[in-house]
Design a protein around this ligand. Structure first.
Ligand code: FPP
Length: 264
């Protein structure tokens, strides 16, 4: 199956996915790629299907992109699957979205294990329905010994909530005299974020033509490269992922310095 995929052509005369993959792997690979998976609803509407059909198709894209991310050698793939604001959606849609981790992780767990993928989650776990929690815990436990790609689901995640929680924890340490106010610095704040054990994203991808962050990893994305594409998430495929990485590899990351500046 992978062979077939790798033989697939980018275009009539373009390089194959396999050739592009080889080239991408020979250059600097982003360690952490974060994706705002957007456009499921529009994908469904264009086909006169209910919105949930778009989410279901989006789930298949998650499988596809996990596989190519692993092949590329990306270390962490964080996917924005449900935001703290998504509770405002119709109940039927929320119920469906809450069932998707169960379906995805049950169906593809053997494949994830075989690919040495480790499943993790960031977000407010406690507020998830019991069946969603069970599926996530099962996948986290079953893949906990894997040391390949970290597939990190941002589920009931909101960056402002994450920061508020970090501030509360740090304030409590100060109240308990366990830290002095002078000790509060960037690295202490980082150590209280849900991503404290992960590198910052090198690359953020958002699909569907929307150009905003929607309360996603606001702290962590401070120096990330952004890639926005018009492609709707269910249509985002291996070629799109490689294009985003190729675009990243053309960028000159300066992190606030002038290194590489041609001297203007
Ligand atoms: C935004 O598109 C998408 C979401 C809120 C849900 C994303 C979820 C998935 C892609 C499936 C996740 C799979 C697993 C395994 C957890 P939208 O509905 O806002 O699209 P629209 O802007 O076109 O309406």
């Amino acid at each position: 199956m992978l062979d077939k995929l790798l033989r697939k052509k980018t275009g009539e005369n373009g390089p194959s996915i396999s050739d592009r993959l080889t080239k991408v792997k020979s250059r600097t690979i982003p360690s952490h790629v974060a994706i705002i998976m957007d456009g499921n609803g529009r994908w469904a509407r264009r086909r006169s299907l209910p919105r949930i059909a778009g989410h279901h198709e989006g789930m298949k894209t998650v499988r596809k992109i996990t596989r190519i991310a692993n092949d590329i050698g990306i270390k962490v793939l964080t996917l924005y699957a449900f935001s703290t604001e998504n509770w405002k959606r119709p109940k039927m849609e929320i119920d469906f979205l809450m069932k998707l981790p169960g379906e995805f992780l049950t169906t593809y767990l053997p494949e994830l294990i075989e690919q040495n993928v480790r499943v993790e989650m960031i977000g407010n776990f406690d507020a998830l329905p019991p069946h969603t929690k069970e599926a996530i815990v099962k996948a986290i436990e079953a893949t906990s010994k894997n040391d390949g790609l970290i597939l990190n689901f941002a589920m009931n995640y909101g960056s402002r909530l994450e920061m508020a929680m970090a501030v509360k924890e740090i304030a409590q340490l100060a109240v308990n005299n366990e830290i002095a106010i002078e000790e509060i610095d960037e690295s202490l704040i980082e150590s209280h974020l849900m991503t404290s054990h992960l590198p910052e994203p090198d690359l953020l991808i958002r699909t569907s033509g929307e150009v905003r962050l929607s309360n996603f990893m606001l702290w962590q994305l401070a120096y990330s490269e952004f890639s926005f594409t018009e492609v709707l998430w269910p249509d985002f495929d291996e070629s799109c992922m490689l294009s985003a990485i190729e675009e990243f590899q053309m960028r000159n990351r300066r992190f606030g310095s002038v290194e590489g500046d041609k001297g203007n």
